[in-house]
Design a protein around this ligand. Structure first.
Ligand code: C2O
Ligand code: CU
Ligand code: CU
Length: 490
């Protein structure tokens, strides 16, 4: 089947001017949210972003599947978006960054028309979905030229696990700049866990972490030096759902359920919530079989976590990220590369009380004793400005790894460079069985940090979905510079 393009109609002048400025249209979740007002090219009357919101929790608007189909047009366009009392240049999805959240169920079909109204080619990847990478599904080799529309059709298997995933562009050489500029959004797959009364009673929140460079023009936002790209670009402005240090109003005695996504291009987070312990119930590939209490939550680019938080005393509590060292370029070029410490949001708790709700039932998957049929090594390395896997830069015309459908392989991902590289593979999640540093995370993952000079050993089951796709470093500048390989499963 050949990719289907349709030539866009000429935009009317009215449409073109209306497209000039968009307001971040968000919807509150189970709480009243401030209403969006058009910005009309002038600064919005109500300062948004810094300090806002104060009366609810703003998260991206949601698109939900109807009768098993989520049909939507996602328009990718440059726009000025609200920022504090001013605006900033961003790449938006349907006018906002983050773009709308896609909320689906196992067995649903995603029918997405990507309307590329930018001046550059792009495409779409559904990170974390266990779906076909072929034809017009989650195919990272497609290209949507500027000014054209492409229709994706992605079937979510009926046995797909529930969890938080996300979408972002995947056009080689341009992924970092387009994601950095704002093109990304969440995908939530709901399953029977979400339907439990204990879970429905919780306050569900989505927290998309991103770091932006604030500027008024495309060049000031996406321009990057060779040094920026080698280190992996970071923005100095940290945002949650597009807002700087927003307020999250919680009630003591309630149970907060947070789905957190690191949608940063390169920044590592080490999260802590003042006065509270996270109860980790889910990771990249869905829910854990047992809740894990933790004070600190580490999220490298692309990683997700689902946590429960129990506010019990009134007060104001900061969610912050600590400084994280992620190695150095080496070769005598500069010192340590550090993702800086910062405050992300403030949780304001009113009242007092202890949550009476019980712990929800977590899935207990049947133990699967799968025989490893093949062992491989995958090596991340850096040579000057070359970012390599197994000594080679990415070549879309080459297949680096061929695996057999239905088999399980054990991969040792080794990092022989001086910088950390988060390993990611599309379509088939893995289990981390051992790693050079720290305790292997529980549950299924699709991103794992491989520290400088270290390694991670993974078990990957190439189940029921065949096709050709990619694995790469999720510091997206490194991916763009070649740290990516092609895998074909058949
Ligand atoms: Cu979010 Cu190829 O990745
Ligand atoms: Cu991915
Ligand atoms: Cu890397």
């Amino acid at each position: 089947m050949t990719p289907r393009f349709s030539r866009r109609q000429v935009i009317s002048l009215a449409g073109a001017s209306a497209a000039g400025v968009f307001l971040a249209a968000c919807s509150g979740n189970k709480e009243a949210a401030p209403t969006a007002t058009p910005a009309n090219g002038v600064a919005p009357a109500t300062p948004r972003g810094e300090g806002a919101p104060t009366t609810g929790w703003l998260q991206p608007r949601e698109l939900t599947s109807q009768n098993g189909v989520l049909e939507a047009t996602l328009t990718i366009a440059a726009a000025m978006v609200p920022f504090g009392s001013s605006t900033r240049w961003a790449l938006t999805v349907n006018g906002t960054t983050p773009g709308p959240t896609l909320r689906v169920r196992p067995g649903d079909k995603l029918r997405l028309s990507i309307d590329n109204q930018t001046l550059h080619a792009t495409n779409l990847h559904t990170h974390g979905l266990h779906v076909s990478p072929s034809r017009n599904a989650d195919n990272p080799f497609l290209e949507i030229p500027a000014g054209q529309i492409f229709e994706y059709e992605i079937d979510i298997p009926p046995d797909h696990r529930g969890g938080l995933h996300w979408y972002h562009p995947h056009l080689h050489h341009h992924v970092a700049e387009q994601l950095f500029a704002g093109f990304f959004g969440a995908i939530i797959v709901e399953d029977s866990f979400d339907a439990q009364p204990e879970v429905e009673a919780m306050q569900e929140r989505l927290l998309i972490l991103h770091d932006a460079r604030v500027g008024a023009t495309e060049a000031s936002v996406t321009g990057a030096s060779m040094m920026d790209m080698m280190m992996g670009r970071e923005g100095s402005t940290l945002l949650v759902n597009g807002y700087r240090n927003p307020d999250l109003a919680a009630r003591a005695g309630s149970l907060e359920r947070w789905r957190i996504l690191n949608a940063s291009t390169s920044r590592f987070y080490q999260l802590a919530l003042e006065g509270h312990t996270f109860s980790l119930i889910g990771g990249d590939g869905g829910r854990l079989s047992q809740a894990e209490p933790t004070q600190q939550l580490s999220l490298v680019p692309g990683e997700r976590a689902e946590v429960l938080v129990r506010p019990e005393a009134g007060g104001s509590f900061r969610l912050s990220t600590a400084a994280v060292n992620r190695g150095s370029i080496g070769q005598g070029m500069g010192g340590a590369i550090t993702s800086s410490a910062a405050d992300l949001l403030r949780m304001t708790v009113t009242g007092s009380g202890v949550a009476t709700a019980g712990q929800p039932a977590l899935p207990q998957p049947a133990a699967e004793n799968r025989e490893v049929t093949r062992r491989r090594e995958v090596v991340f390395s850096m040579q000057g400005m070359n970012f390599l896997i197994d000594g080679r830069p990415f070549d879309p015309g080459r297949i680096d790894i061929r695996a057999d459908l239905g088999t399980t392989e054990e991969w040792t991902v080794r990092n022989v460079s001086t910088m950390d590289h988060p390993f990611h593979i599309h379509v088939w999640p893995f289990q981390v069985i051992e790693q050079s540093k720290g305790v292997a995370p529980s549950g299924l993952k699709d991103v794992v940090n491989v520290p400088a000079g270290g390694w991670a050993r993974l078990l990957i089951h190439f189940g029921d979905i065949p096709g050709k796709t990619v694995y790469h470093c999720h510091i997206l500048d490194h991916e763009d510079m070649g740290m990516m390989g092609v895998i074909e499963v058949s």
